[in-house]
Design a protein. Sequence first.
Length: 171
Amino acid sequence: MRRRDVIGLFAALAWQGAPAFARNSHKWSLIGFLSPGAQQFTMYHTAPAFLQGMRDLGYVEGRDFDVAYRFSEGYQDRLPALAEELVQLRPHVILASAVVAAAAARQATSSIPIVCPALADAVHLGLVVSEARPGGNVTGIEPYVAGYRRNKWSSRAKSYPVRARSGCSPT
């Protein structure tokens, strides 16, 4: 599955957790989209996957929801102001396309749900309390869980003992 498909699916699943009144009525709902990247790249790669995931779940932009896009164009120092701007719009959920965007959104709000499809090192950054019980308003997929890689390699070494003896390190 491609990265943009994961982003679209994950954001659409987060939208499923929105309050029932926001999904079932035809009231205007808003999704904030915060990206540290360039507008041209995001609108060509990331946003279409997200919108397709929403359509797959039966939600149509303009009918069921609107998206407020904010891009920092590669300048990370702009993210806190853009996150504050999104919070002032009072969206139902904020989709942060990168960890730096999630951190900026987390500083701007503690009540609006924040979804980040690649939430690397979330505990160290203070975005979640722990991997087992994240708490707070930030959620996402953490691509690396501490200790997982070592366990993965050690189980592979046991499965393929010739590989372990041939010089491939199981760590």
